[in-house]
Design a protein around this ligand. Structure first.
Ligand SMILES: NC(=O)c1ccc[n+]([C@@H]2O[C@H](COP(=O)([O-])OP(=O)(O)OC[C@H]3O[C@@H](n4cnc5c(N)ncnc54)[C@H](OP(=O)(O)O)[C@@H]3O)[C@@H](O)[C@H]2O)c1
Length: 324
């Protein structure tokens, strides 16, 4: 198939393009930066330049590509650091999830694409009441922290727009990425002990290796009915479990601990929420309906063996894989 990947040079795109090419798809891959064109070509794609927030550029790029499938992987999170002002840091990403989705959906339909896949996120958007692990049928958070309300609205927007569009619309709610090119920013915070355990550290995180997220996207390009799918590993886990483990694995000192009241003052409500009260997500539907399985079924192996590039070798060194 001809697959148009909007935002192909980012953390997910650069792992997705080679997997699509290996599966025999013709890939048109976009960036805004002329200097990334050769990188996209080296991944096996036909490069295209477009600004996802410029309707005519999007329309022209998609029309030229004449894709069967369009994949929306545009975010603007490379500079995201200020979790206190979450919505401010997500403002461009939110535009890409609203206006950017509209432009791309319009262009996809005009070009006759049959399938549209969009990136969403699972973790902090889940309702923070009831069980620790949520499915796609559970509601999103009706009362997010004030500083996340615009970002949650943008997630609701992209999901609804894709599901309502008159083509096969698939929303992939990726968990928190890690892996080559996807987790350095966060791991640096752990190295610098800037990521503390707040309160009991009971916020449940769902992780996903970026190569597994890419594989799920390939599965959604090739099959799967309209709908929302959580793309996460098999082990949602509280911060109090994964953070000390990650610190040990990357050779950092153990994380500091902070009481909730102090964290609220120092870092704000969003940080307190993601460290103490968010819920995790189940991947049962994606396994069942996309025929996908995460290779890194738990972050325990992924953090230890799956962080370097060329992790096919690393995978074979992990205990689980050598036992297999
Ligand atoms: N689920 C998750 O946990 C999740 C999801 C997304 C990102 N992240 C994290 O956020 C960090 C940054 O992500 P990233 O490396 O993917 O970078 P990013 O800055 O978020 O960019 C992602 C892609 O979006 C494209 N893009 C951005 N603005 C655009 C626009 N106006 N028009 C068209 N395309 C646009 C970029 O293209 P250009 O080549 O033009 O820059 C790039 O290909 C990484 O650590 C990543 O792991 C996490």
């Amino acid at each position: 198939m001809r697959v148009f990947v909007a935002g192909a040079a980012g953390a997910i795109g650069q792992r997705l393009v080679p997997q699509l090419v290996t599966r025999g798809h013709e890939v048109v891959a976009t960036t805004r930066s002329p200097e990334k064109i050769e990188r996209l070509r080296a991944l096996g794609a036909e490069p295209a330049t477009m600004d996802g927030l410029n309707a005519s550029e999007v329309g022209e790029a998609v029309a030229r590509a004449r894709p069967d499938v369009v994949v929306h992987q545009m975010t603007a999170l490379a500079q995201m650091s200020d979790l206190r002002h979450f919505d401010r840091g997500f403002a461009l990403t939110n535009e890409l999830r609203t206006k950017g989705t509209d432009y791309l959906l319009t262009a996809a339909q005009a070009a006759g694409a049959r399938r549209f896949i969009a990136q969403s996120y699972t973790g902090w958007p889940n309702i923070r009441q009831g069980g620790a692990v949520k499915t796609e049928d559970d509601p999103l958070d009706p009362h997010p922290p004030a500083q996340q309300s615009q970002s949650l609205a943008a997630i609701r927007y992209v999901e609804q727009a894709v599901l309502e569009a008159p083509l096969t619309g698939i929303v992939l709610r990726y968990g928190s990425f890690y892996g080559p090119g996807a987790s350095e920013q966060m791991f640096e915070l752990v190295r610098k002990r800037k990521l503390p355990i707040i309160g009991s550290g009971g916020g449940i995180w769902s992780w996903i290796h970026v190569d597994d997220a890419a594989a799920a996207t390939v599965a959604a390009v090739e099959s799967g009915a309209d709908g929302v799918y959580n793309i996460v590993d098999d082990e949602p886990a509280p911060l109090a479990d994964w953070l000390p483990y990650l610190a040990e694995v990357i050779g950092a000192k153990p994380p500091r601990r902070l009481p909730v009241w102090l964290a609220r003052l120092a870092a704000g409500e969003v940080v307190v929420s993601i460290m103490t009260s968010i819920r995790g997500s189940s991947n049962a539907k994606a396994k069942r309906e996309l025929g996908w399985q995460p290779t890194w079924s738990t972050w325990r192996d992924g953090f230890r063996y799956g962080l370097a590039d060329g992790d096919a070798d690393a995978q074979s060194r992990s205990p689980e894989h050598s036992a297999a």
